[in-house]
Design a protein around this ligand. Sequence first.
Ligand code: 3PG
Length: 213
Amino acid sequence: MADATSVLHISPVIPVVTIDDPRHAVPVARALAAGGVGIIELTLRTQSALESLELIANEVPEILVGAGTILTPAQAEASVSAGAQFLVSPGVTPSLLDHMLSLSIPILPGVATVGEVMAGLERGLTEMKFFPAGPAGGPRYLAAIGAPIPHVQFCPTGGISLATAPSYLALPNVSCIGGSWLTPRAAIENEDWARITNLAHDTAGLRAEATLS
Ligand code: 3PG
């Protein structure tokens, strides 16, 4: 089983994917994999999200699939039952954190303040989602958190694009970023899998680019 550190190193970008029609789940996952992206955060924002999650977990073994938008312990549990290999939440409460920790799979709880980062550290977590990255302060804010707390690695998500990704990935406390731009709703509805593969492919060099600049 992957740990949270390896989850953050599979791809420079974790695609945050929302699927309405479960028939699209497997083609979307395969299109991302064809573009070199081996991970998906599938959001629980649609009625059929768990069905899509299960289909990807069963039929696309080359992709590590996690559940995103976890708001409640029940959602965390249902996601694990459906085959989620990691869990992502936009924020945390003490009871949600307890519950996610009890499930024995990697978790990326959402944080946006220094106090929340410290609360995660108290629970032994050193990998977290920074959300909503852009509105919360962007790369400068994350760099400032890294001064007193250099040993936490973040996956900033929210308001990031291909153009702004390098400024996050250049930070020593950022292992990868998250974003929904790899799977535009229109591309999914039009079953334009080539577009998704191209968008995934465009992210392949991001980490190296950020290191060089
Ligand atoms: C998330 O849940 O992480 C965000 O909705 C993704 O943010 P984005 O749509 O701005 O990439």
